[in-house]
Design a protein around this ligand. Sequence first.
Ligand code: SF4
Length: 290
Amino acid sequence: MFRVQTQRRYQMSTVYLCAINNVLSGACNEDCAFCTQSIKHHADIERHNYKQIEQIVSEAKVAKSFGAFGYCLVTSGKGLDDKKTEFIAKVARAIKQDISDIHLIGCNGIADQDQLRYLKKNGIDSYNHNLETSPWYYEKICTTHSWDERYQTCENVKLAGLALCSGGIFGMEEDAEDRDELIRAIASLEPNSVPINFFISNKALPIKSSNLAQDEALSIIKETRKTLGKESIIMIAGGRELMFGGNEREMFGAGANAIVIGDYLTTKGEDALKDIQMIKDLGFKIGIKC
Ligand code: SF4
């Protein structure tokens, strides 16, 4: 998520931190089976319109004070439109004005090159867009937009000169072949960083429970590291606490070198200070710059 088109080698003794801010939450018309923000699933989550820019800037300052180098601005919905693009550009300008050394990530769905170039011009450094699962399993988890649109958006990110952050979600009842194919597809994009999410169940969602055990999650991280090589940031994102809470040593040992701190889009995360202590107790440094 943090590297901008360089061949810098990350220190495996270092853990990088990223925080996310759900700046527009819920009420999405798409039908992604893993997502509580889809209106089709009627999940009981907090939904809100665009946050106040001052509030976002002040939340970014808090994340920065915890050592977050990456700060991700997330909006619900299929993708960028004019209003959303302008809003994210405005937020990026406001944050960069107050915090110069922060790496800003847009996570705003399907996007074309012009929209992405505009975000870059206004201070966005990376764009996160996940492939989510294998191309052939994808139709089981989403019918309202295609896997190819997702892949194309990732290519657009690179063509627009932004760093690419692309990963997926594991444990959505996919099989081992789907997992391998997702990792191969992610690697084919040569992303700068790869967020690995583990499915978090919610009674409103069509996928009822995760089909992933901790040893399988570790194999996924190892395989991703092996396939992506030493140059990538491999970040464990949603579902980390449920999958690895108390056993993060193995998670980092398998090849992860970044985590999301604080809350996720619609679920609570671990207390950031506890995570920072956990990283130090394991003997890792916090990465302040990539
Ligand atoms: S497009 Fe994004 S916000 Fe909408 S349902 Fe899918 S994952 Fe959720």
